[in-house]
Design a protein around this ligand. Sequence first.
Ligand code: NIG
Ligand code: FE
Length: 422
Amino acid sequence: MPTLLVDAGPMVHFETTMSHPSNAPIEESISAGGLAILIEDGLIAKTQSSQEVREEYSYYGNEPILLDDLNIQSLGGKAVIPGLIDSHSHLVWAGDRSQEVRWRQEGKTYTEISQMGGGISHTTSATRATTKDELYRLGYSRMRSALRSGTTHMEVKSGYGLDTETELKLIEVGHMLGEIQHLPTTDCTWLGAHDAPSHLSMDEYVEELLSQQLPAVAEQGLARSADVFCEPGWFSVEHSEVLLKESRASGLSLRMHIDEFSNGGGGDLAAELKVDTADHSYHTPMDTRLDMQQAGVITGFLPGTPYAMGDAWPSMNAMVEHGIDFTLATDFNPNCQTLSLPFMGSLMVQRCGMNPLDALFAVTAQAARSTPHPSGNLHGRLSVGAVANFNVLDSPHWESWALQPSHTPFHSTVLEGKVLVH
Ligand code: NIG
Ligand code: FE
């Protein structure tokens, strides 16, 4: 049944904003309050004046009603923003690495913690020992938490299996979670190249990835993209290049983790291969960033990771000033346990002085470029024909999306046209 939502407050639609909202007059991205949104078949069918709609249907109350096979509800002047898109998450894994916080405080590095038996290999052992049902249950509750924070679609990586059987299982669970009604949809990525299992050298593991995992992932057909942890000490630029080229030849889109701890040259490879998105990217030099930009590569900033690890991040306003196309995502993983994009917004806006519109663009319209909706329809923008995924704030001010890091700023989330009240 079609739904008509009247009395929207200010609405950040990004309908005409192609690249950088801060370079465009603000009114190009935001409608004044008073619009009604008509939703049909899970898509935005049109926007029109609430007053006209109220007169047409003689609807003068504020209670939801059912009229002429139309569900009408008032948004009471609350601000509306697009559904949030988490373009980088490690959603499915088991285990607990909380003890690592004290090792970090003692000065141990990520590499040292890994060598002590912590890190990715620790989570891999715990994940291998966990059933598919239990991984599904863990993923389910994490997806619910993401939805409460306004996420309507998320990229989900494997990467804690590091053998063919478990990697396929993680991709399958990520895919199944995306099929559940009333939860965000998912976009699955194979990250077999996350670390080498302890019994294999890096060369041996890369050979196994190419000869066994990649063909199995391609045959399974559930992952849209491949990703590589390209970082000194993990996958070298040379290994990453082979893995990415072969993945592309197998029909997968490409993503990368680069320069998380140092400038390892991954940005040059990202630009050369024109990957969809190169993420972390804290230590990437500006000239490489500009090469990536030129090549159409989006930079995926993951401020939750340096936040959790106690590291600094680059000047985000320099990114805006240089016109770098960037997304912001949670990087949810055992080290960084947040699924809240509003928290990422708060880190950028309240810690780094970023314009809340730029931060919002990074988790909506920009994120949709690297992380498309499975229906093939537009999302991350509020425009006619786009998926009806949006968030209704508990405030008449759209800026509030980034100002409530500890609890959801949203009154409700509209997911493919269904209004879910939080
Ligand atoms: O993106 N850096 C590589 N992968 C994850 C973290 C993996 C882990 O520590 O479990 C990330 O931050
Ligand atoms: Fe990551």
